[in-house]
Design a protein around this ligand. Structure first.
Ligand code: PAD
Ligand code: ZN
Ligand code: ZN
Length: 388
C-alpha cells in the first residue's frame, strides 16, 4: 500500500506539473513588425522538459535577422535565445536541474547521444532547431499559445517571455551565486565570440588578428584573441563609434573601410606585412566574408565565419585561395559543446577570468523590447539587457 505522505507528495508534484502559467511575452506575429507584448499561456513541461522563469535576456543581432527575414523561421514566434533564469518546474525524468536552480537556456542543445555530441570537437547536436527550423521543442510542438493560436519557439529556447519551456538537453545549471543580468550573455554573444577565437581559430601567442564587426559578438572575439595572447588585434568597422570600446577590450588598432580607396583586404595585408594570421567575419555579409578570407596570409592564415549570412546567398571563390594553404572555417556558439561548456564559462566569469561589463551598454525593462531593438539597429548599443 502507498504511504499517504508519499501519495500527497506525488499529488502535489502532479498539480504543479499540470499548471498552465499565464504571463507576458513579446510575440513576433509578422516580419518587419514591432514585437507585441501579449498575454500568453505557457504549458507545463512534459517529460524531459524544464520550465524556466526568465530573469534577464540580451538582444542579439540574430534575433533581428529573423525580424528582417534574413534568418528564415516559421512565425508567429517568441524570439530571444541569450538569457538566464531560474527553474520553475521540471517534467518527469529530468535529473540535471531542479526547481530553484539558476540556469542558462542553450540555443544549441547537447543530447550527448548523437554522432556530433560524441565527436570530440563538433558542437551542432543533431537535435538542433537551427539548420532546418521547425520552431518547436524536440517533440515537434511548442508550449506557447496566445489568443487560441500556437506560438512557435526560437532555436528550442524563446527568452523574450516571463516563462519558457525547453528540453532538458537545452538548459545548463550554473553557479547559484552568478549575476543573471550579466551571465545571460554567456548564452550567446560572449561565448560565440570568445570561443571563435580560442577554440575555433585557436589563436596563437604573438599572432596578428583582424576582427570584422565590433558588435557584442565581435568584441567578444577581440577579448578571446587577447586572452590567447595575440600581439596585434585590428578591429574593422564602418561605425567609428565602436572603436573606443574595441580598444578598451583589447583591439590594438581600429580601421574604417570607408576611409580607404583600396579594398580593405589590401589595407590589412599591407598593415600585417603579407596577411594576418587569423581573421573573423562577425557581421553577416557576403562581401566582408570574402574580405576576411582574402586578408589572411595565403599560406597559413585562418579565417572564421561567425556572422549569419542573409538567407540563400552564395559565395563564389577561386579555389586557389585555399589550395595555397589558407583555412576557411565557420562555427556556431564558438564551437562550444553547450551543456558541458556553459557552466564552466560561468565559473570562469565568477573567477574573474573575463568581464562582461564592457558588452552591456543598456539595461531596459522587458516591456521596452522594441526600444532595445532600435538601439541595436541604430548602432548605439552593444548589448541591451532586458530585465523581467
Ligand atoms: P551587431 O549588429 O551588434 O554588430 C555588427 C557590427 O558590424 C556593427 O558594429 C556594425 O557597425 C558592423 N558592420 C556592419 N556592416 C559592416 C561592414 N560592411 N563593414 C564593417 N563593419 C560592418 O551584431 P552582433 O555582434 O550581435 O552579431 C554579429 C553577427 O554574428 C550577426 O550576423 C549575428 O547574427 C551573428 C551571430 N552568430 C552567432 C553564431 O553562433 N555564429 C551567434 C550570435 C550572433
Ligand atoms: Zn545570438
Ligand atoms: Zn546530440
Amino acid at each position: 500500500m502507498k504511504s499517504p505522505i508519499l501519495h500527497s507528495e506525488a499529488l502535489k508534484i502532479c498539480v504543479q506539473l499540470l499548471f498552465v502559467i499565464k504571463c507576458k511575452a513579446a510575440v513576433l506575429w509578422e516580419l518587419e513588425k514591432p514585437f507585441s507584448i501579449e498575454e500568453v499561456e505557457v504549458a507545463p513541461p512534459k517529460a524531459y522538459e524544464v520550465r524556466i522563469k526568465m530573469v534577464a535576456t540580451g538582444i542579439c543581432r540574430s534575433d533581428d535577422h529573423v525580424v528582417r527575414g534574413s534568418l528564415v523561421t516559421p512565425l508567429p514566434m517568441i524570439l530571444g535565445h541569450e538569457a538566464a533564469g531560474i527553474v520553475e518546474s521540471i517534467g518527469e525524468g529530468v535529473t540535471t536541474v531542479k526547481p530553484g536552480d539558476k540556469v542558462i537556456p542553450l540555443f544549441v542543445p547537447q543530447c550527448g547521444k548523437c554522432s556530433v555530441c560524441k565527436h570530440p570537437e563538433a558542437n551542432i547536436c543533431c537535435k538542433n532547431d537551427l539548420t532546418n527550423p521547425r520552431g518547436t521543442l524536440s517533440d515537434g510542438t511548442s508550449r506557447f499559445t496566445c489568443k487560441g493560436k500556437p506560438i512557435l519557439q526560437f532555436l528550442g529556447t524563446s527568452t523574450f517571455t516571463q516563462y519558457t519551456v525547453v528540453d532538458e538537453m537545452s538548459v545548463a545549471k550554473i553557479d547559484a551565486a552568478s549575476p543573471l543580468e550579466k551571465v545571460c550573455l554567456i548564452g550567446c554573444g560572449f561565448s560565440t565570440g570568445y570561443g571563435s577565437a580560442i577554440k575555433v581559430a585557436k589563436v596563437t601567442q604573438g599572432s596578428t588578428c583582424a576582427v570584422f564587426g565590433l558588435g557584442g559578438v565581435g568584441l567578444s572575439v577581440v577579448m578571446g584573441c587577447k586572452a590567447a595572447g595575440a600581439a596585434r588585434i585590428i578591429g574593422v568597422d564602418i561605425n567609428k563609434d565602436k572603436f573606443a570600446k574595441a580598444k578598451e577590450v583589447g583591439a590594438t588598432e581600429c580601421i574604417n573601410p570607408q576611409d580607404y580607396e583600396k579594398p580593405i583586404q589590401e589595407v590589412l595585408q599591407e598593415m600585417s606585412g603579407g596577411g594576418v594570421d587569423f581573421s573573423f567575419e562577425v557581421i553577416g555579409r557576403i562581401d566582408t566574408m570574402i574580405s576576411a578570407l582574402l586578408c589572411c596570409q595565403k599560406a597559413y592564415g585562418v579565417s572564421v565565419i561567425v556572422g549569419v549570412p542573409p538567407n540563400s546567398q552564395n559565395i563564389s571563390i577561386n579555389p586557389m585561395l585555399l589550395l595555397n594553404g589558407r583555412t576557411w572555417k565557420g562555427a556556431i556558439f564558438g564551437g562550444f559543446k553547450s551543456k558541458d561548456s556553459v557552466p564552466k564559462l560561468v565559473a570562469d566569469f565568477m573567477a574573474k577570468k573575463f568581464s562582461l561589463d564592457s558588452l552591456i551598454t543598456h539595461v531596459l525593462p522587458f516591456e521596452k523590447i522594441n526600444e532595445g531593438f532600435e538601439l541595436l539597429r541604430s548602432g548605439k548599443s552593444i548589448r541591451t539587457i532586458l530585465t523581467f
